[in-house]
Design a protein around this ligand. Structure first.
Ligand code: PAF
Length: 283
């Protein structure tokens, strides 16, 4: 596996392949790799000539300094995992490489309501930070396909919108959320849970699954209240939001008249770790 840390190095390496028309699969990550990431890498390897993984803890998508500081980092371990998996290229730039002199070019793009609801409401600026870095990475890698997990459903909607609006020639591939055996969605943040917190964390997905069974049987508002109460019967858990939204616009649904487009989304604090998850209610 080739490992580059500068734009110049990776661009020089990729140029001949790009000219030949090689299909490049790209998996952007912030490291602390888990099975969810590895599934994306495997899929990219199966569908492309060359697979590139980036590891960059993007400072401008953290609206909370402590969250940025506590984000798990272990490049040596991650590089070893990627090497064993047969990833072709790892790109792990320092912050100054992506934002020279700390300078962030503004992104002349409005996301409408996509970055105002749910994660956008509670993490202002987060999606603009994601969009800026993803665009920068696409401009370096020029991938044919880029792979993202559905666990970050709203991020996926933002990236699809970015690509469509700016006409970036890349296919966005959405991959199913990978879960632990007990249902907990895999996330780099899970590493920060205490043993006791880890034991109760699967409740989030259990409630999402039960909510799916209740679609159409309770009014939307009552289902949301039920879910919040159910999660918060555990005193260690605090629900930041539990929302039922449209799978494309992400706007909250008031009733079940479009239930075939409904997705339930939640963000829950377990101690000081914030976990998000979602379930498609229409499948
Ligand atoms: O999902 C992530 O890990 C990040 O938001 C991404 C897409 C790598 C951008 O920093």
């Amino acid at each position: 596996m080739k490992h580059f840390t500068t734009i110049k190095e990776i661009s020089t390496y990729l140029k001949p392949g790009q000219k030949q028309g090689l299909e490049i699969g790209f998996v952007p990550t912030m490291g602390a790799l888990h099975e969810g990431h590895l599934t994306l890498i495997r899929r990219s390897k199966a569908e492309n000539d060359l697979t590139i993984c980036s590891i960059f803890v993007n400072p401008i998508q953290f609206n909370n300094k402590e969250d940025l500081e506590k984000y798990p980092r272990n490049l040596v371990r991650d590089a070893k995992i990627l090497e064993e998996l047969g990833c072709d290229v790892l790109f792990s730039p320092e912050s100054g490489e992506i934002y020279p002199d700390g300078h962030t070019e503004p992104l002349d793009l409005e996301f409408g309501m996509l970055d105002k609801v749910m994660e956008g409401k509670f993490r202002p600026g987060h999606f603009r930070g994601v969009a800026i870095v993803v665009k920068k990475l696409f401009d370096i890698v020029y991938p044919s396909r880029a792979y993202f997990g559905k666990k970050d459903f709203q991020q996926l909607a933002i990236i699809r919108y970015l690509v469509q609006t700016l006409k970036i020639p890349v296919q966005i591939i959405a991959c199913e959320t990978v879960r632990e055996d007990d249902g907990l969605a895999m996330s780099s943040r899970n590493m920060r849970l205490t043993i006791a917190e880890r034991q109760i964390a699967p409740i989030i997905y259990q409630v999402l699954c039960k909510a799916k069974e209740k679609v159409g049987k309770l009014p939307v508002w009552e289902l949301k209240e039920w879910a919040i109460k159910k999660i918060q019967t555990n005193p260690e858990m605090r629900v930041e939001y539990f929302e039922i939204g449209d799978r494309e616009s992400l706007l909250p649904l008031e009733n079940w008249s479009h239930k075939n487009r409904a997705v339930a989304f939640t963000a829950v604090f377990l101690g000081d770790v914030r976990l998000i998850d979602n379930i498609e209610l229409f499948s």
